[in-house]
Ligand binder design. Structure first.
Ligand code: SF4
Length: 221
């Protein structure tokens, strides 16, 4: 299997925000950076730049761990993985005792009703389960704007939803499918609104931004 077949876990939030946004970034390789995403990236850099491993109140934290799932063909980096002492947990080289594993994702904004952030953390948990041959039952998300941490259990419903999302993402990727523009209030905060050209691409004949731009270049030549 080619490494290109692996989709970025971080793309799940784009996909759930807007399928078209995800396809523009991950299928068409278009990218733009607005203030919101730039701020988010600085925050992630800070998290990943921190010490690789630290221990506080008996919890071991490993930062910037690379993740991969062959089953779901997804890959990415986990901001932090916490190891909590648990007699039913698993053991690690160079650590005494047994440990329960919990991924922690850092987000710039605040907690949302939608599952987009939770889905990303669940995807990380599924990778950790496969990589460590263990069960991961809980995730946490730290929100920078509110400085609050949300911890949640991974329910069967969240697992099924994540699996369905991976399947749909792979289908779009394999067929190089970019959905047409469907303007919603989300477009106002979308980092790709200038590239997406929502007003112009509403025409049914314009299927791809790349083709649209290529068409304009050809007209100018
Ligand atoms: S501008 Fe709107 S339709 Fe276009 S990618 Fe962003 S959210 Fe999706």
């Amino acid at each position: 299997m080619e490494s290109d077949d692996y989709l970025m876990i971080s793309g799940i939030q784009h996909f759930l925000f807007c399928r078209r946004q995800w396809a523009l970034i991950h299928v068409e390789n278009q990218w733009d950076e607005n203030g919101l995403t730039a701020e988010g990236q600085v925050m992630h850099k800070r998290v990943h730049d921190a010490s690789v491993r630290d221990v506080r109140n008996g919890i071991v934290t490993i930062r910037g761990l690379r993740l991969k799932s062959e089953k779901y063909r997804i890959t990415g980096i986990c901001d932090a993985v916490e190891l909590l002492p648990d007699e039913r947990g698993i053991s690690f080289a160079k650590l005494d005792g047994t440990w329960r594993v919990r991924p922690v994702e850092y987000k710039r904004g605040k907690s949302k009703i939608e599952d987009c952030d939770r889905m990303q953390a669940v995807a990380q948990a599924l990778c950790l389960e496969e990589m460590l041959s263990c069960e991961v039952n809980q995730c946490a998300i730290f929100y920078g704007e509110t400085k609050r941490r949300e911890t949640f259990d991974i329910t069967e419903e969240l697992r099924e939803k994540a699996t369905d999302v991976f399947t749909e993402m792979h289908k779009y990727y394999e067929t190089s499918y970019t959905p047409k523009v469907k303007t919603t209030p989300k477009c106002r905060s979308c980092s790709l609104k200038d590239i997406c050209l929502p007003e112009l691409l509403r025409k049914p004949t314009c299927k791809s931004v790349k083709k649209y731009i290529e068409g304009h270049i050809a007209e100018e030549d």
